[in-house]
Ligand binder design. Structure first.
Ligand code: VG1
Ligand code: CO
Length: 543
């Protein structure tokens, strides 16, 4: 097989966002679009000759085609071995684990996460480094710079590679090893959690439903919950990964996982409900009659993690993304451990985890994880909840309410304005930024602004600085509004408004969230003039 050098011309829009490069499938199908980006990744790396690359994706439309392209290009560029998930399948956390376990040089994950799939849906490519985590900004910037200048890519003159049969084959000088996507991951979970206690819980009559949303966690969840833990068959629903996720958004939130939510609020509700997203790194946790917000979940997992064998020695510290509610901060304070606030996106947790400063991390967007991998991990969060329930033998509702009584409740909601005109969204943020200095001291209803800034992160490990990570408005009494633009959308812009209010009084901890935040919601509009800029009467998604 010969190495081919193919001439190409750069595209000007291959800038990775919050989590890799995400575009509509037809954009990825443009001539050499995938090849340009993959070659730009390889050209931005050094000393990987003969090394191992991990490869897999969430199974969405175009996954298989891109797997074939990457395999040939990896061989032509000099990788020694690629481990690829059978059928091209690997969840994001499983890929992260494989990189670490087999000391790979890095990994390529094909996913657009929670975004819809199919021929007109979204696709994505992400590069993870040797620690198993998403490429840091310095590297994604280098990849983008390279993509603007690229004039050739390397591939192999070879036919289709069989990615459905387990085992090794040669591709030029490189070995392709097709592996079971679930085995290593399931082993890791058994090291972290008390599977005997979980089995006993499920035997005791405790019922659960896990909704895989026709995305990548189906095979993982079926193996772990039904086969290893003995949950009755059918406890995992929508378990077969489909290239278009059955036509749905594989986004586990109150809007797109409404069936599960409705069930959990009904008299037929099982004890525990959970769901994950397209690539398996997000989680949704719902107890009978209670949805646990991701920010609360982070705090509650951190407070109770010691009940699981993997965390019995305690936590080193906690990190959360800046817009995530400050519920976890109170837990860190009580435990006497460090608390870190990072920009949105898992790549910012990598240094803190590698340096041993934190054990658990989380984001308000349904992401929770720990130092066991370098990605957020949906099934891990579900298993940690189950482990806690198995030991405490209380309902999710009781655990949540007790947590609020102890630490206070952070009412929290995110309002998204999706597919807004990009220039309008940019103007809204620019306008707000320009007015920041004048905001302190001004009042909106009974709320007075104490402080306002444009969040900049100073990484305590490598001292890199990331600016313009979201506008923060702090009010007297501890309430907060954050405005930022999404870095994962594929059409127009998405404005995210994050709203939070702290309530220490147990007598006022059972209000409906939107009601509890009503005055802040009005203030969010009055401060930023969202209606005027976007032409929208209200948000398109409320989580
Ligand atoms: C969103 C979330 C962010 C998350 C990112 C990737 O980013 O807000 O918290 O890390 O998606 O999640 P943005 O820029 O659209 O707000 V996913 O499950 O890709 O892997
Ligand atoms: Co995801």
């Amino acid at each position: 097989m010969t190495v081919l050098t193919i001439a190409t011309k750069p595209y000007d829009d291959q800038k990775p966002g919050t989590s890799g490069l995400r575009k509509k499938v037809p954009e990825f199908q443009q001539a050499n679009y995938v090849e340009n980006f993959v070659q730009s990744i390889f050209d931005s790396l050094e000393n990987f000759q003969g090394a191992l690359l991990i490869l897999g994706g969430d199974g969405r439309y175009y996954n298989r085609e891109v797997i074939q392209k990457v395999l040939k290009m990896a061989a032509a560029n000099g990788f020694g071995r690629v481990m690829v998930g059978q059928g091209g399948i690997l969840s994001t956390p499983a890929a992260s684990h494989l990189i670490r376990k087999y000391k790979a040089f890095g990994g390529i994950i094909l996913s657009a996460s929670h975004n819809p799939g199919g021929p007109d849906g979204d696709f994505g490519i992400k590069y993870n480094i040797g620690n198993g985590g998403p490429a840091p900004e310095k590297l994604t910037e280098a990849i983008f710079a390279r993509s603007l200048a690229i004039d050739r890519y390397l591939t192999l003159d070879a036919g289709e590679i069989d990615i459905d049969r387990l085992g090794e084959t040669k591709l030029g000088d490189m070995t392709v090893e097709v592996i079971d996507p679930v085995t290593d991951y399931a082993e890791l979970m058994q090291e972290l959690f008390d599977f005997d206690a979980l089995r006993a819980l499920l035997k005791s009559g405790f019922t659960m439903r896990f909704d895989a949303m026709h995305a990548v966690t189906g095979p993982y969840a079926t193996e772990i919950f039904e086969r290893l833990l003995g949950a009755p068959q059918g406890s995992v629903v929508n378990a077969i990964p489909l290239p278009d996720f059955g036509g749905h958004h594989p986004d586990p939130n109150l809007v797109y996982a409404k069936d599960l939510y409705d069930l959990m609020m009904s008299p037929q509700a099982p004890d525990f409900g959970a769901a994950s997203d397209g690539d398996g790194d997000r989680n949704m946790i719902i107890g009978r009659g209670i949805f646990v917000t991701p920010s609360d979940s982070l705090a509650m997992l951190a407070a109770n993690a010691y009940l699981a064998p993997g965390y019995a020695g305690g936590l080193k510290g906690i990190a959360r993304s800046m817009p995530t509610s400050r519920a976890a901060d109170r837990v860190a304070e009580k435990l006497g451990i460090g608390m870190y606030e990072t920009p949105t996106g898992w790549k910012f947790f990598g240094n803190l985890l590698d340096a041993g400063l934190v054990t658990i991390c989380g984001e308000e967007s349904s992401g929770t994880g720990s130092n066991h991998v370098r990605e957020k991990d949906g099934l891990w969060a579900v298993l940690l909840w189950l482990n806690i329930l198995a030991i405490r033998r209380e309902s999710v509702l009781d655990i949540v309410e007790e947590h609020w009584r102890t630490y206070g409740r952070n009412y929290y909601s995110r309002h998204d304005y999706e597919e807004v005109e990009t220039s309008a969204a940019n103007s809204l943020i620019a306008d707000l930024r320009g007015r920041l200095a004048g905001l302190p001291g001004t009042s909106y209803g009974t709320l007075t602004i104490e402080n306002a800034d444009d969040f900049a992160y100073h990484d305590p490990v490598d001292h890199s600085v990331s600016e313009h990570q979201g506008i923060r408005i702090f009010f007297d009494g501890g309430s907060r509004i954050v405005y930022r633009l999404s870095g994962t959308g594929t059409s127009g812009a998405t404005l995210r408004v994050y709203i939070e209010r702290f309530e220490p009084d147990p007598a006022r901890q059972n209000l409906e969230t939107q009601e509890a935040l009503a005055d802040l919601i009005v203030a969010a509009e009055d401060i930023a003039h969202i209606r005027e800029y976007t032409g929208r009467e209200g948000p398109s998604v409320i989580t």
